[in-house]
Design a protein around this ligand. Structure first.
Ligand SMILES: *Cc1c(COP(=O)(O)O)cnc(C)c1O
Length: 366
């Protein structure tokens, strides 16, 4: 039996309806912004529960433009985590600001207790990451942010529809950035991203920033960027957003099944803490395991495409050398990097494949 990590071929095996919609778009000539983008923005804002959503070129740009919209630049500092996808830090670097790392908890999200002592007079924002689809502790983070009057930009790229007490992540801070990359829970046929906010002021700034800063056809107040959500991608997004409920619920179902089965292997497998008031959407189903590298090879040999997200933390990446961090600075992140494993839990897997993974993992430790 094969348990594949990627499901794009299956997901788009029947793409006739999307082609029909693209055909209409092509004949309309509405190639930049226009109706499909507006429709997607409205649907997305509805899904997450914000007043506004602004479609942009990628998840990375969703974060970068959010930082630009609040004026982050050279000499500023942005607090984030070292256990994220490179793009979180890339977006901060692209503004000219300096990323300041804070270690995470055993839930893989920023440890609120460690934030305060990293705040300096140069701190301009806090950027928690809802890593793997695990909601960060937003109420503690927002308390600190309010006390220091710091805006919060939520990296929600891996966490569409994740929630705390029924409130979606991305809506606690000033903005939330989401990715529509092919491997994210809500995907398009290339790159795409979207920002949510309830602030009209931020909305206005983002609308300018993503479209050259153009106030109207001929007038520019502030120079911006070309970072529009592609209209073709918005057509794909409008089609797929209707499946979000099924996609999310299936991932949760497989994750819950794995959680209960793997609980029986507690000498070897640690399941991250799950809190009853949080909705985890399992963009990545991550566990902490003994003999990780051996287990990984064993699973690959048995045609189970397990992975590691990610083996090297950001503070130890060659690109971050000038920041002056060293091994040992973030012990929780570093320990997780050497013992974490991601199992596939996507919506195109069936019960049999989940059972097969459980069987093989159990066999490995027996
Ligand atoms: C995917 C991802 C991004 C970047 O999104 P792109 O659409 O690939 O630019 C940023 N942060 C995190 C945590 C991600 O997983």
């Amino acid at each position: 039996m094969k348990v594949k990590y990627s499901y794009l071929e299956e997901q788009f095996k029947d793409h006739k309806e999307i082609f029909n919609r693209l055909d209409k778009l092509i004949q309309s000539g509405d190639y930049t912004l226009g109706k499909p983008v507006q429709e997607f923005e409205q649907k997305f804002a509805g899904l997450i529960g914000t007043k506004y959503a602004i479609g942009v070129n990628s998840g990375t740009d969703a974060l970068f433009l959010s930082l630009k919209a609040i004026g982050v630049g050279q000499g500023d500092e942005v607090i984030t985590v070292p256990n994220t996808f490179i793009a979180t830090v890339g977006a901060i670097m692209a503004t000219g600001a300096r990323p300041v790392f804070v270690d995470v908890t055993d839930e893989f999200t920023i440890n609120p207790e460690l934030i305060e002592h990293t705040i300096t007079k140069n701190t301009k924002a806090i950027m928690p990451v809802h890593y793997a689809g695990h909601p960060a502790d937003m109420s503690d983070i927002m308390d600190i942010a309010k006390r220091y009057e710091l805006p919060v930009i939520e990296d929600s790229c891996q966490a569409i529809s994740a929630a705390i007490d029924g409130q979606c992540v991305g809506t606690f801070g000033l903005t939330g950035g989401f990715s529509l990359h092919p491997l994210k829970n809500l995907n398009v046929w290339g790159d795409g991203g979207i920002i949510v906010t309830n602030s009209e002021e931020i909305l206005d700034r983002l609308l300018l920033l993503r479209n050259h800063g153009l106030k109207n056809r001929d007038e520019v107040d502030t120079f911006g960027y070309n970072s529009r959500l592609d209209s073709l991608q918005a057509v794909v997004g409008n089609y797929l957003i209707n499946d979000m409920h099924t996609i999310t619920e299936t991932r949760i179902k497989w994750a819950n099944k794995l959680d209960s089965a793997l609980a029986g292997l507690k000498n070897f497998v640690t399941i991250p803490k799950r809190r009853p008031n949080k909705r985890y959407v399992y963009h990545l189903y991550i566990i902490i395991v003994k003999k990780r590298d051996e287990l990984l090879s064993y699973l690959i040999k048995n045609e189970i495409e397990a992975k590691i997200h990610y083996p090297m933390p950001l503070h130890l990446q060659p690109a971050a050398a000038h920041l002056g961090y060293k091994k040992g600075d973030f012990p929780v992140t570093e320990s997780q990097c050497s013992s974490m494993l991601t199992l596939p839990v996507h919506q195109h897997l069936g019960e049999k494949q989940i059972d097969y993974m459980i069987e093989k993992i159990t066999k490995f430790y027996r």
